[in-house]
Design a protein around this ligand. Structure first.
Ligand code: MG
Length: 223
């Protein structure tokens, strides 16, 4: 019996991936590392340092030093705030999904790799009364980022849930891998530019093209 929905945040509750991609590309370009938008849709869910190390290895053949990684990640995070916070864009259809989930009597839990400042205030503004501060997993709660199962296992733990009592909603390949590795039925919603094939190959149990479609069909697998 399903008791809770575990929501990813970027690309599911917020249409924030374009700002993340822009902030990453500008930051890495400033030290001579060129990248494509698709790079960041493929890396989505990784910790900032892991993303930086992949790009360093691709370009310079080595990991970033801890100082380099910390400086670059701070720069990226600052740029993201400048781009995103003036007017965060809730994902179209996400509110309808949340309303249905609440009406079905299911817990709402967020599992994000983000360590955004004032995250709960932002959520409370756009999605008032849908989330509980104690049922959010952020970058500060885990040692490993997605695709490791730890973030979703932590979500289960916070909600006092077994894997078969929850459903994961994810947009990113590594997030889908993380949900499946935690033993949870994982719904992919393809809100970005990657082909559906990439999300199926990551292990998606079902796939929808938008949150609006998910809102229409969510009862079909929650029962
Ligand atoms: Mg996401």
């Amino acid at each position: 019996m399903i008791k809770a929905i575990l929501f990813d945040m970027d690309g599911i509750l917020y249409n924030s991936m374009p700002s993340h991609v822009k902030a990453w590309r500008e930051t890495m370009s400033s030290i001579g590392i060129e990248s494509s938008p698709e790079d960041f849709y493929m890396f989505e869910g990784r910790t900032g340092h892991s993303t930086i190390n992949i790009l360093f290895n691709r370009c310079f053949g080595r990991d970033a030093t801890p100082e380099e990684a910390a400086t670059l990640y701070a720069k990226k995070a600052q740029r993201f705030l400048e781009l995103e916070y003036p007017e965060s864009q809730p994902m179209p259809g996400a509110l309808e999904v949340l309303e249905k989930v609440k009406a079905l009597g299911l817990q709402r839990i967020i599992v994000t790799g983000s360590g955004q400042y004032a995250l709960f205030d932002k959520l409370d503004k756009h999605y008032p009364c849908f989330f509980d501060k104690n049922l959010i997993v952020t970058a500060y709660d885990v040692q490993y980022g997605k695709p490791h199962p730890e973030p979703y296992l932590m979500g289960l733990k916070k909600g006092k849930l077994q894997p078969d009592e929850a459903i994961v909603i994810e947009n990113a390949p590594l997030g889908i891998e993380s949900g499946r590795a935690a033993g949870i039925f994982t719904v992919a919603v393809n809100t970005g530019p990657l082909p559906d094939k990439v999300l199926w190959e990551a292990g998606a149990n079902v796939l929808y093209p938008s949150m609006q479609t998910l809102a229409k069909l969510i009862e079909t697998f929650v029962k």
